[in-house]
Design a protein around this ligand. Structure first.
Ligand code: SAM
Ligand code: SF4
Ligand code: SF4
Length: 355
């Protein structure tokens, strides 16, 4: 059984033939390496750039439990992807630590050989969950934190969580044995850009890697405007004025974050220039939504339904066929084509698809 990609095939040639069970190439010659799995569309935060409270209010139609993929279904899909070359799995959401028994999913995914297993979280549940996650086999953790000033951070998360709570989460992750913890800060001009240098100062010499992410036009609810984006170039310049920086080589080809290190040995930072310097040409990511739809781009308008396949009795070959059909038709490069008009078009929400 095969599912037909929803997007119509366009007239580009397929640059590489795909052999059964071999690596998959999309229409631009990109392989599939990173699988991002969203395990819930719910969150305890209401970050202004992701789940603005006026949209994600008490009447918002979050997915009912029956629509979520089960852990068994998620693991089945993950295994098929790994057989096709995926080497990194990231668990995300919404807030993934809100998904009941998430440590059981981690344990199940950790049994798949040859994959780095990571998770992105807002951090507030880490104080009580970090050790369990580590023991379950999670390899790495990324914590989001949008400012070190309490008032700024509370305004950003719009749910009155204090900075201290996230710092406790980072400390708990560190104590549980997670190394080189990444700390993600989305920078929105006029909201938290004054926190760039204080965040850099706070995390220098900590062993954690602070990464600055340009504010993106994901979803349809965050009111994105180009002039609210602070470019990575600007971020680096602002930090370097206080703490000189030098560029360093990527860890591997196609790494999304550009790396910089403090000249005085204070550690490294990363900048992710999704808006000002698109990296679509090397994008090897695919995303599985909470309800089992596959998205080949963060900015896709439609996904491919895997859940009906899974629940309709399909075997692993059929799932593999579906994946191959979807990936080989992939032609996404939204960030290279972004204009004010594309930014205004409706897209799936970040909290649904996962970052
Ligand atoms: N709740 C978890 C968290 O915040 O870490 C995981 C899900 S969240 C959607 C994943 C990442 O996406 C976070 O680092 C978040 O800051 C980032 N993000 C959300 N909306 C964004 C936007 N509009 N532009 C850039 N990054 C965004
Ligand atoms: Fe929740 Fe993460 Fe979105 Fe913030 S960025 S609202 S923590 S899903
Ligand atoms: Fe990948 Fe789409 Fe982002 Fe480009 S815009 S880097 S194709 S997810």
């Amino acid at each position: 059984m095969k599912i037909i990609p929803i997007r119509d095939a366009e007239s580009l040639p397929i640059p590489h033939a795909t052999t059964p069970d071999g690596p998959l190439f999309d229409r631009r010659g990109r392989t599939v390496r990173d699988l991002r799995i969203s395990v819930t569309d719910r969150c305890n935060f209401r970050c202004v750039y992701c789940m603005p409270r006026e949209v994600f209010d008490k009447d918002y139609p979050f997915l009912p439990r029956t629509q979520l993929l089960s852990f068994e279904e998620i693991v089945r899909v993950a295994r098929v992807f790994v057989a096709r070359g995926v080497r990194k799995i990231r668990i995300t959401g919404g807030e993934p630590l809100l998904r009941k028994d998430i440590e059981r999913l981690i344990e199940m995914l950790a049994r798949i050989d040859g994959v780095e297993l990571t998770l992105t979280t807002n951090g507030v549940l880490l104080p009580r969950m970090a050790q369990t996650l580590r023991d379950a086999g999670l390899h790495r953790v990324t914590v989001s934190l949008d400012g070190i000033d309490d008032a700024v951070f509370r305004r950003m998360n719009d749910a009155d969580y204090p900075v201290e709570r996230v710092l406790e989460g980072i400390a708990a992750a560190s104590a549980a044995g997670f190394e080189a913890i990444k700390v993600n800060m989305v920078v929105k001009r006029g909201s938290n850009d004054q926190e760039i240098v204080p965040m850099a100062r706070h995390f220098r010499h900590s062993g954690h890697i602070l990464r600055f992410i340009e504010f993106m036009d994901v979803g349809a609810s965050n009111g994105w405007k180009m002039d609210e984006v602070v470019s990575s170039r600007d971020v680096v310049a602002r930090i370097a004025e206080h703490f000189p920086l030098e560029a360093i080589d990527p860890n591997y080809a196609g790494e999304v974050a550009e790396r910089w290190r403090y000249v005085d040995g204070g550690g490294e930072i990363g900048v992710i220039s999704s808006v000002t310097h698109a990296f679509c040409a090397s994008c090897t990511r695919i995303r599985l939504s909470t309800e089992g739809k596959l998205y080949t781009c963060l900015f896709a308008q439609r996904g491919h339904d895997l859940r009906s396949l899974l629940r309709g009795g399909a075997d692993d070959h059929a799932i593999d066929d579906a994946l191959a059909g979807i990936w080989t038709q992939r032609d996404d490069r939204y960030s290279e084509l972004r204009t004010a008009a594309t930014a205004a078009a409706p897209k799936i929400e970040m909290s649904y698809i996962g970052g």
